[in-house]
Design a protein around this ligand. Structure first.
Ligand SMILES: [Zn+2]
Length: 97
């Protein structure tokens, strides 16, 4: 029974020394794993946002003031079907109405 305890102690000591010897490598491996997980999370999060952006930028609207075709994402939305390319066009059409 004493021998078993001694063997366990030696094994524990060896494991501790090994961990101490390779602690930098172990920390590096853990950091690498964390980085890879973060990259995976970021790519999963970014992908749908990019798809939505692409769809919005493909949608073109004619400015109600000057008739210029503009991206729906960059347009000033006045109501459901009325878009303006700039504040100047909004003010001009307000003044003329
Ligand atoms: Zn305009």
């Amino acid at each position: 029974m004493r021998e078993a305890a001694f063997i366990l102690f030696v094994l524990f000591l060896l494991f501790g020394l090994t961990a101490l010897r390779y602690r930098k490598q172990i920390a590096g491996i853990l950091a690498l794993g964390r980085t890879l997980r973060d990259m995976k999370e970021n790519s999963q999060r970014d992908h749908p946002v990019e798809q939505i952006k692409d769809q919005a930028s493909r949608e073109l609207r004619a400015c109600a003031g000057c008739g210029t075709w503009i991206d729906a994402s960059g347009a000033i939305k006045f109501d459901r079907n009325t878009f303006y390319c700039s504040r100047e066009c909004v003010q001009r059409s307000m003044a003329s109405a």
